[in-house]
Write a protein that binds this ligand. Sequence first.
Ligand code: SF4
Ligand code: SF4
Length: 278
Amino acid sequence: MTDDKSKEKPVKKPRVLDRKTQEARRRFLRSLGLAAGVVSASLVGFIPVVRGYNPRLRPPGALAEDEFLASCIKCGQCIQVCPVEAIKLTDIMDGFGNGTPHIDARAQACDFSCDGLQCVLACPTGSLSHDTNYPHQVRIGFAELARPDLCLAMQGKGFKGRIRDASFKGLFRYAELNRWQPLPVRGQEFDREICDLCIVHCPIEIRRNQCEAGHPPADDPNQCPPSRAIGLEPVEGGGMRPVIYEGCVGCGACEMVCPVTPAAIVVDMTKNADTVTA
Ligand code: SF4
Ligand code: SF4
């Protein structure tokens, strides 16, 4: 009697991968999946990788957009030094601009609470031009009353209470309360007969007032007086209109503190260092 078992071919044992190899393989498959997702999403237009890039407000002193994109090395130094964390890195949705610094003014405007343009000083490439010495020389954009029908002042209305809801994380340096520490905007109470919150938070108007009072910003008389940025002017038939003047630097403080939603006043990013020279 023959032993059938002895004729059977030896069964090949499955290859057992060690933990490191398995993890590496998983990582590879994950990145393959992600890359495939990004390519398909961009091809159908969800991500502007093939379309170009998403225009954004740049930090103070940024060069013209094409020069900025060419020279910024995405080191994040400007982000590190900003006391109000106004500067963020753009993400994959920003296509070509991916990884460059930008400001979302409604979430956190640049209020110049660092005084010395720390982001400009920190930039190692001059993408934020080192010729920018003072806030009034900056041109991030230009404010505009984009939704006049929502503006409380246009309706002749005042404002009482807190300007943003409890979840809002934005900061602003209220120098009369604390010269050194920016405070949460949501914690401040206001009572204005006619809403002028965009004006009282405008860092350029604040600097004008400091100059007028004989206390130059950062004790530096070279900053005095900056050109007017914003003011209220009467509207025929009642109400007051926030009017933007040439001294506006597009910092977005007005947009951040506008108490209506969506904000009545916003920064127009098409009017920046590329397009406005005044
Ligand atoms: S100027 Fe100062 S407050 Fe403004 S973004 Fe730069 S570091 Fe921040
Ligand atoms: S008007 Fe608005 S955007 Fe212009 S400088 Fe003043 S706060 Fe900044």
